[in-house]
Design a protein around this ligand. Structure first.
Ligand code: M6R
Length: 630
């Protein structure tokens, strides 16, 4: 939550790289706006003073403000796009917050938990506050230390030292960036439990909540550790801990292209990302098995003996990623015979869970920064569990703190509603399940090879679903007035139903619920009245356990009570036609793999319905892409 950018360009007298801080920071904010869009603000240091602008609402409001009231050219700047925590989304609460008589500007991502007591202390010293934010308290604390404790003297360590001392007093999670008029060539940043990456340029350096904050300028990035301070100038990057001890950052190369974070001709990132899905699954599969159908997940780097001894798996995730985990549970239990639980990360550590050294924790996170999941993983590690992360964001915190990582290769996902990351997560979880089955001998090699062959056919089948998208789009547009939509599924169709409902809630702001179809008669069927739209995810008629027949009965039960039924079924399933107003066919595939196909029409439906209502599908209200607060 909240996007942060910092920039320092070359000092006077050196070759001009031609970058005005304002342009760099605005470009970074444009790319990071998915992290929060309640307000945006920017501060630059020029001619010995700080100049800043900030505006509630989306970045476009700030740009309009800057057009009306331009900022001076500068080589040093910071920018922020906000997801509100303390104080509403007003101009006043927008970042940057100024202190030290306007000479210091601070931006922040996270929550400072002891802000109330610090505010009281500073108020007693005569500080007055203009906003309701915890950030302004951090700015005032920093100013107080810089001015009163260090004498406002850069010989005393200046802003860097002040930041170290301030961080020693702050509790909670934070990324802080500060610029001071006294040190016009410097941005100082601090990180505890919130994301921050350094971008290394030639005669210029960058800071960003993630690499998209500077991807237009450099692919060289440096990971920061927890509780670290970084001071950047145009030519230097110095990292210390909160007590001033020097620290090293780990440099890495960003291997995605800036173009992959553009809309590519689609009207929205979400639509583009839905269309990226064949490739997202393909890339996640690539290079992870050999021609004999053996999984080669060498990157996991967990002792195979440990994996052989796993007695329980707990999948930790939130939102869409948790639904990917629920799909994974069906596959892992079937293939590996290891009891697998799926738990929302934020519930996990508060219930005294039973975890030991034979427990394998599999966290799933697109961003790798979700605070709830990070905290749950840390807790599980403390209890002695081994942790594997399934993650889409290279170098992010959760994979870095896990014992092993299996990256999904979906490419950058910008739209707040997750689509391609979901399919890539499910794919990675299947690979992990098959790898465990291979290691533990639960499946013959031939069986694994066959499942992999089915998986390898999935990208082309997703493309087939996309090629028929017009039919489902039309339905979505025609249902723009719907007040409530229900989704039913059984087995792996259940998490798909919940994902379909979540997409509709977050994009179209209408009531939507996903139910296990078998649960219907235990209560939810009371919701059905004349005309109630009900989506039903129907399993393959070729599958086992008469699942198909059970779901067809459920369709009849809701139809008998007036529901309008919309069915996602497998090609060739003629039986469902008699009970559905609309049928959308997906290509034949084994039941366990079907979520990779059946989810896609539900994504397209939500996109089309929300677009018909005129909503911004990339930036739905009240949400942010990375949920970095608990
Ligand atoms: O980055 P993560 O996968 O950890 O994020 C988890 C959820 O916040 C995320 O899936 C959220 O539910 C999406 N908005 C769903 O579209």
């Amino acid at each position: 939550m909240c996007g942060i950018v910092g920039y320092v360009g070359h000092s006077a007298g050196r070759v001009n790289t031609g970058h005005n801080a304002l342009d760099v920071v605005l470009e970074g904010l444009r790319r990071l706006e998915y992290r929060g869009y309640d307000s945006a603000g920017i501060a630059v240091v020029a001619d010995g003073t700080i100049s800043s602008r900030k505006k509630s609402g989306k970045l476009s409001n700030l740009i309009a403000e800057l057009d009306a009231s331009p900022l001076p050219e500068s080589l040093t700047g910071i920018g922020h796009t906000r997801w509100a925590t303390h104080g509403g989304p007003t101009d006043q609460n927008a970042h940057p917050h100024l202190a030290d008589e306007g000479k210091l500007a601070v931006i922040h991502n996270g929550i400072i938990e002891n802000f109330a007591e610090l505010k009281l202390e500073l108020t007693r010293k005569g500080v007055t506050f203009l906003s309701e934010t915890d950030t302004e308290v951090a700015a005032a604390l920093l100013a107080d230390i810089y001015r009163n404790q260090l004498g406002g003297d850069s010989a005393n360590g200046g802003l860097t030292k002040a930041m170290q001392l301030a961080c020693q007093r702050l509790e909670g999670a934070f990324t802080l960036l500060a610029v001071h008029a006294d040190q016009p060539d410097v941005v100082v940043a601090a990180r505890r439990n919130s994301p921050l990456v350094v971008g290394l340029g030639d005669g210029e350096n960058f800071l960003g909540s993630d690499v998209s904050g500077f991807i237009d300028y450099t692919r060289r990035a440096v990971e920061l550790g927890q509780d670290q301070i970084v001071t950047i100038t145009a030519d230097t990057v110095e990292i210390t801990d909160f007590y001033g001890a020097p620290a090293e950052g780990k440099e890495y190369h960003v291997n995605w292209d800036p173009a992959s974070a553009e809309k590519g001709g689609f009207p929205s990132f979400m639509e583009k990302e839905i269309h990226d899905q064949p490739d997202a699954v393909l890339q996640t599969l690539l290079g992870r098995s050999d021609i004999n159908g053996r999984l080669t997940l060498d990157e996991l780097r967990v002792d195979p003996e440990l994996l052989k001894n796993v007695s329980k798996i707990i999948v930790l995730a939130c939102g869409t990623s948790a639904y990917a985990g629920q799909v994974a549970k069906y596959a892992i239990e079937r293939w590996c015979r290891i009891p697998t639980e799926v738990e929302l990360s934020h519930e996990f550590r508060y219930r005294d869970p039973i975890v030991d050294e034979n427990t394998l924790i599999v966290s799933i996170s697109q961003s790798g920064e979700t605070m709830d999941t990070l905290m749950a993983v840390r807790y599980a590690k403390e209890q002695g569990a081994k942790t594997v992360s399934i993650c889409n964001t290279n170098g992010s915190t959760i994979p870095r703190e896990s014992d092993a990582v299996l990256y999904t290769h979906a490419g950058p996902e910008i739209a707040v509603a997750s689509t391609k990351a979901f399919l890539a997560q499910i794919t990675a979880a299947y690979l992990l399940g098959l790898y465990l089955a291979q290691l533990r001998g639960n499946k013959f090699q031939g069986e694994i090879k066959d499942i992999l062959a089915d998986l390898n056919k999935i990208p082309a089948k997703i493309q087939q679903v996309l090629d028929n998208e017009e039919q489902i789009k039309e339905l979505g547009r025609s249902m723009a007035d719907a007040k409530s939509v229900l989704f039913l599924g059984r087995h792996v169709g259940f998490p798909v139903a919940m994902e379909g409902a979540l997409k509709l809630k977050e994009l179209a702001y209408i009531h939507a619920e996903g139910f296990a179809a078998g649960e219907l008669k235990h209560g939810p069927i009371a919701l059905i009245e004349e005309g109630q739209p009900v989506f039903v995810v129907v399993p393959s008629p070729r599958g086992r356990d008469s699942l198909h027949a059970k779901v067809v009965s459920n369709i009849q039960e809701v139809r008998a009570r007036g529901a309008r039924t919309i069915v996602i079924a497998e090609e060739g399933d003629e039986a469902v036609k008699a009970y559905a107003e609309h049928v959308f066919y997906i290509p034949e595939t084994p039941t366990l793999l079907a979520p990779l196909l059946s989810t896609v029409p539900l994504q397209i439906f939500a996109l089309a319905l929300a677009s018909a209502k005129g909503y911004d599908v990339d930036q739905p209200r009240n949400l942010a892409k990375s949920v970095t607060v608990e």
